[in-house]
Design a protein around this ligand. Structure first.
Ligand SMILES: NC(=O)C1=CN([C@@H]2O[C@H](COP(=O)(O)OP(=O)(O)OC[C@H]3O[C@@H](n4cnc5c(N)ncnc54)[C@H](OP(=O)(O)O)[C@@H]3O)[C@@H](O)[C@H]2O)C=CC1
Ligand SMILES: CC(=O)C(=O)O
Ligand SMILES: [Mg+2]
Length: 773
């Protein structure tokens, strides 16, 4: 049955499941258990208090246990993928896989439960008895027709959502694919002829949903292992299948496929033959969804009918119509409003959200998953890619809203903006910490110039910046190249309407810009000839001059090229702010344990004590813009005077200078990194430290130390970096690094816009102050 899978994938799959430890899951505690007190809280005697609270009020289980975020993936192994009845034990890899997808895509915890029970009554009893453990039940790979009865009965008995994924998850995504394919083919759902292969769980649920979307029962033809489902057929019939019985003397798929607009395959490998495909109607939609091997391979179908739109359930072909696009998010929405069930309104909301998302510009994450080739909406991209991070952002709120409107939400969401933020924070780890900056930027967007305007990441960032309303982008790039690339990446922003463009090869401001450049850098070794050449060839120079002239409010560069050479131009043209000796760089790392700002990660090799103190003050200003109160640690190998090396003395002097300059700042040093991050460790060395809790701003003694710590955190703690944030320029200018993602560029845009706004405000206040003699 795994015949169409390459040898390489087969051995890779076994290796993946075996190593480094068997299976795909583990259970992790979410609370500390490091000492006697933790033990007393987590277990006896403290746990008894939690038990009694639930006994007194069962709804307390939602806040005292994992139940509200825990789903059971239940199978008896009777219809595992298209492998048939291979039993519950052999189904376990699939169920563990579903658990991983629930967790990765929607943050939902899962116990996979494989039950050795084929009798409907007994299976229902087993699952119903699990209600105290779970917030929802996802039935999986239970064969038809038993699955229909199991689901119907459980829905009646249980007060939590019961969802048969193979039926409804598949139907929802098929509904979205059909909606979009018919729109592209210019066909109406009430007119199309649908031929199904398979009359099991998935196929019948899909047909039912298509009927609810407007398909007409008389236009639907169903076939299964016995052939056509016709009125009067006795073999292998059941009441669910009988709904689609046609009054016909046709008996085979080959006969009924004639003129079909849609082939819906949810049966077994290779049942659809090229000669059948040739007989289908114009621009046919072929949904060959059997797993792992489809009813027809896309290349075979394409050869028979070049005008066909083709979908499979597999990730190695375009148009993966697979219930993974649905089940994590429909449960996310249902659990988040404590829905008592998943009803038709919630399913319809999911179909609409998925179909609409496919029509939006593709996301950067999907582009990366496709190795840079971004599929735009069309026959090769009828539905979103499973890695599209917007799936959760669109489907979960749509489902939650539908649950509320249809009266099944027990805990309605009061603030959908806050809910969107929490989902955003799940998808983009930087989401939560960046939120204050995005809100500020949105309230007063600035003009941000991007030196590398032809870079894909910058273009994608510009699209997001325009959609988010945080800035008006100015891209430096050749119009034809920018235009062609925007089209290639499926981005909808337009020059003039959404962003401005500076063409380095031909711009009317060229002469003025050269003059400004010479004024700023003429005494720094830039000759008129060099100025003219650089103004045509170096986008960082153009961007810096635009910033200096006030044609932009902030500058972002560094997506390509060396940090140092960008810095040289910023130094020459923009210079440092009054009262600042030199630039420094602060980088934010977002880890699962918290957010940490590190300096100087990129510029000064060995800052002096005075420079360290100044840097701490500049860092504090930036950190406050994130809505975070800075807690500063000056780091060293020495712990509060434990060593007397030159670098320890430097950090001690820096602390004294910092205290003098900014006595209100919560800062201490010199201290080791563990003392900075843990109050318990710090208390052992110096209980009277001015610093309380974990430090969030870490100032390191040298560039080596800072950069190494930063890179260690990125790799070992799987930390997400934001920055570097350039400290000290006279106007907001930031030099990113070539590893930055489009999201990183967007984040730095928000930082730069807020900084520009703060600078304008400071200048306005300074201008309003009466001049002192
Ligand atoms: N892409 C996706 O997201 C999904 C894909 N699927 C795939 O759909 C298929 C069916 O799954 P499911 O509905 O859960 O299973 P069921 O066992 O409930 O249904 C299987 C159906 O396929 C029919 N069938 C089996 N072999 C053939 C054949 N050679 N020719 C015609 N019909 C055949 C069976 O007919 P009979 O009843 O007469 O035996 C039955 O009607 C599987 O391959 C599965 O992997 C399922 C869910 C989601
Ligand atoms: C995808 C899925 O659920 C199946 O093939 O059964
Ligand atoms: Mg399945």
């Amino acid at each position: 049955m795994t015949g169409n899978i390459s040898q390489d994938l087969k051995s890779g799959a076994l290796f993946y499941h075996r190593n480094p430890r068997p299976g795909k899951l583990e259970i992790k505690p979410t609370k500390p258990l490091g000492n006697q007190r933790d033990l007393a809280l987590a277990y006896s005697p403290g746990v008894a208090v939690a038990c009694e609270a639930i006994a007194a009020d069962p709804t307390e289980a939602d806040s005292l246990t994992t139940r509200q975020n825990l789903v059971a993936v239940v199978s008896n192994g009777t219809a595992v993928l298209g492998l048939g009845n291979i039993g519950p034990l052999a189904s376990k890899p699939v169920m563990e896989g579903k658990a991983v997808l629930f967790k990765k895509f929607a943050g939902i915890d899962v116990f996979d439960i494989e039950v050795a029970e084929n009798d409907v009554e007994r299976l229902v009893n087993v699952v119903a008895a699990l209600e105290p453990t779970f917030g929802g039940i996802n039935l999986e790979d239970i064969k038809a027709p038993e699955c229909f009865e199991v689901e119907e009965r459980l829905k009646l008995r249980m007060n939590i959502p019961v969802f048969h994924d193979d039926q409804h998850g598949t139907a929802i995504i098929v509904g979205a694919a059909v909606t979009n394919a018919l729109a592209l083919a210019g066909k109406r759902i009430d007119k199309v002829r649908i031929v199904a292969s398979g009359a099991g769980a998935a196929a019948l649920a899909c047909l039912n949903l298509l009927v609810s979307l407007g398909a007409r029962r008389e236009n639907i033809w169903v076939t299964d292992i016995e052939g056509v489902v016709y009125e009067g057929r006795a073999a292998l019939m059941d009441r669910w299948k009988a709904i689609y019985a046609q009054n016909t003397d046709k008996r085979t798929l080959g006969e009924v496929i004639e003129g079909a607009d849609i082939f819906l395959g949810l049966s077994a490998a290779n049942v659809l033959k090229p000669e059948m495909v040739k007989k289908m109607g114009e621009k046919p939609l072929i949904l060959a969804l059997a797993n792992p091997n489809p009813e027809i391979l896309p290349e075979v179908a394409r050869e028979a009918r070049p005008d066909a739109m083709i979908c499979t359930g597999r990730s190695d072909y375009p148009n993966q119509v697979n219930n993974v696009l649905c089940f994590p998010y429909i449960f996310r929405g249902a659990l988040d409003v404590a829905a008592s069930t998943i009803n038709e309104a919630m399913k319809a909301a999911a179909v609409k959200a998925i179909a609409e998302l496919a029509r939006e510009a593709p996301s950067e994450v999907v582009a990366r998953a496709y190795g840079g080739e971004t599929p735009n909406f069309g026959p090769e991209s009828l539905i979103p890619n499973p890695f599209d991070p917007r799936l959760i952002l669109r489907i979960a709120p749509a489902v939650a809203k539908a649950a509320m409107e249809s009266g099944v939400a027990r805990k309605p969401i009061a603030d959908f903006d806050a809910y969107a933020d929490s989902l955003n924070g799940f998808v983009f780890r930087s989401g939560f910490i960046m939120k204050p900056l995005f809100s500020q930027a949105r309230s007063e967007p600035g003009r941000v110039i991007y030196a590398e305007g032809e870079d894909e990441r910058v273009m994608r960032a510009a699209q997001a910046v325009v959609e988010d309303g945080i800035a008006r982008p100015i891209l430096i790039g050749r119009p034809a190249v920018v235009d062609a690339r925007l089209k290639r990446f499926g981005l909808s922003i337009e020059a003039g309407r959404d962003f401005d463009l500076i063409n380095p090869e031909d711009d009317p401001r060229y002469r003025d810009y050269v003059a400004t450049y010479l004024e700023a850098a003429g005494r720094k070794g830039i000759t008129p000839d060099a100025a003219r050449t650089l103004m045509r060839t170096n986008p960082t120079v153009i961007a810096a001059v635009a910033l200096l002239r006030g044609d932009a409010d902030a500058l972002i560069c560094g997506v390509e090229g060396r940090f140092d050479s960008h810095l040289k131009h910023i130094r020459n043209i923009i210079g440092v702010a009054p009262g600042v000796d030199d630039f420094a760089a602060m980088s934010l790392v977002i880890t699962s344990k918290g957010h940490y700002f590190l300096a100087d990660t990129h510029i000064r090799p060995d800052p002096t004590a005075q420079e360290i103190a100044d840097m701490a003050v500049s860092c504090a200003v930036h950190v406050r813009r994130f809505g975070i109160e800075p807690r500063i640690a000056l780091l060293s190998h020495s712990n509060f005077g434990s060593a007397d090396t030159a670098s320890a003395r430097k950090m001690r002097t820096a602390l004294a200078l910092l205290r003098e300059r900014a006595p209100d700042l919560e800062a201490d040093g010199e201290m080791q990194a563990d003392a900075a991050l843990s109050q318990v460790v710090r208390d052992r060395a110096l209980p009277s430290s001015h610093l309380k809790g974990a430090a969030n701003v870490l100032i390191l003694p040298t560039l080596d130390a800072a950069n190494i710590a930063f890179q260690f955190a990125r790799v070992l703690a799987d930390a997400l970096p934001v920055g570097p944030i350039l400290l000290g320029p006279a106007k907001p200018a930031h030099i990113l690094t070539p590893s930055v993602t489009a999201r990183g560029v967007v984040n730095m845009t928000a930082v730069a816009v807020v900084e520009a706004r703060a600078q304008t405000e400071t200048q306005r206040q300074a201008g309003a102050q009466p001049q002192r003699a």
